[in-house]
Design a protein. Structure first.
Length: 260
């Protein structure tokens, strides 16, 4: 084949003892020796090491504060009169934190000041771990971790999250698929109490038939939901159930007595 003529002469790149690619200075007066470059590199590396040490210190301080302070940071949005209001009280009591209550501009219902005062009296000396927002929403939702603005809807999903977050796995038993499926069935029926999917009397009777002796997050959801109804709306079975379970679980459900 025909050889193409050279346009430029062979360029020889001077080699130095440093590992970076040397670049010939444009202006002779700005020439920098390899020793100066090495000293600047050493200074940059030293500053980076100092920054890394500071970052490690800050991370250690944050982890210590988290372990000794509030272990929960959750925002719950719900309608006025939602069972999520009572669930927020149970969560705050269990997590040993206080509650802050707000009313969103979309809320078109009157907020019960007496109920709000009871919520604010839960662990008043502790840091806030639960924020309750009254909004015009048909289904309660929650958002965990500040900055993650992804709402998860449903009273049942709030309880599933809490069971994992507060390490109360025995209340849901995810490791036992059969038990978890039975709990999910009860939660699905309880969710319909707020959504109003079918006749209230028939739905309450179905729920009463599924009351079991084993305690789970479904019982917490049911207790919070039953508090939203007048006593004359409930079957006698559920009235007795509500009184008995609050009395037998004072450590978890005792806070609900002040809302009865």
């Amino acid at each position: 084949m025909y050889a193409a003529p050279k346009i430029y002469e062979d360029m020889v790149v001077p080699q130095t003892r440093i590992s970076m690619y040397p670049v010939a200075p444009i202006y002779p007066e700005h020439q920098t020796s390899s020793g100066d470059i090495e000293s600047r590199q050493d200074k940059c590396l030293s500053e980076l090491e100092e920054l890394q040490a500071r970052l490690n210190t800050i991370q250690a301080e944050c982890s210590t504060t988290k372990s000794s302070g509030v272990k929960l940071d959750i925002v719950i949005g719900c309608n006025v009169g939602s069972p999520a209001v009572y669930l927020a009280a149970v969560i705050a009591k269990q997590a040993n934190c206080s509650i802050k209550v707000f009313s969103h501009s979309s809320n078109n219902k009157e907020v019960d000041s007496a109920l709000t005062n009871k919520l604010l009296q839960i662990n008043p000396g502790q840091a806030c771990g639960v924020i309750l927002i009254f909004k015009n929403t048909a289904v309660p939702y929650f958002m965990a971790q500040p900055g993650r603005q992804v709402a998860v809807f449903g009273l049942s999903n709030i309880l599933r999250f809490i069971a994992r977050e507060l390490q109360c796995s025995d209340l849901y038993k995810e490791y036992d698929l059969e038990c978890a499926a039975l709990v999910d069935e009860r939660l699905a029926l309880i969710d319909q109490l707020e959504s109003g999917g079918q006749d209230l009397g028939q739905l309450l009777n179905k729920i009463a038939l599924q009351i079991e002796t084993g305690f789970s997050i479904a019982d917490i959801a049911l207790c919070c939901s039953l508090l939203c109804f007048q006593s004359n709306q409930l079957p006698n079975t559920l009235k007795s159930y509500l009184a008995d379970i609050i009395a037998t679980k004072p450590d978890l459900l005792g806070i609900l007595k002040c809302f009865q």
